[in-house]
Design a protein around this ligand. Structure first.
Ligand SMILES: [Zn+2]
Length: 146
């Protein structure tokens, strides 16, 4: 699963404060979840996108990518005195909903009916989030139709 290079280039330009190179390894089918997440962060920021001034970006992001998932971490990028409890809750909710969304979005086709297809990791397999249809076609699935 690797993002289309034109799409990755466009995202890195248009969302430079949220983008990290590790995101190039995400499937294209997860990009809409990523854009929704960033849009929610924009609601916390005081800048109007596209953001040209880093001082108005409230949240610095980092990501960990692993098979069948991505974890986003956020830290405050502006003085804590500017934050309200509502800002903090909005940030936590945005991250939580983003993680939930990835766990139910098929990494192949983007359908919201995906679920974790487990493989035997000890024999070189890796878990994937796939819908029923894509799971049937995936060669790592021991019950796949051949
Ligand atoms: Zn699918």
């Amino acid at each position: 699963m690797i993002m289309d290079s034109d799409l990755a280039r466009r995202l890195s330009k248009e969302h430079e404060y949220y983008w990290r190179p590790i995101l190039r390894d995400l499937p294209d089918a997860w990009v809409s979840a990523l854009l929704e997440f960033w849009q929610r962060l924009d609601e916390i920021n005081t800048a109007t996108p596209p953001m040209s001034d880093r001082r108005y970006v409230w949240v610095a992001l980092r990501y960990d990518l692993f098979p069948a998932g991505l974890t986003a971490y956020a830290s405050p990028a502006v003085n804590l005195r500017r934050w309200t409890p509502a800002h903090a809750m909005a940030l936590i909710a945005a991250i939580d909903e983003f993680h939930q969304r990835l766990q139910e979005t098929c990494e192949q086709c983007g359908s919201r009916t995906g679920y974790r297809h487990k493989t035997q990791l000890d024999i070189g397999g890796y878990d994937r989030i796939l819908c029923e249809q894509c799971g049937q076609k995936w060669e790592g699935n021991p019950f796949a139709e051949r």
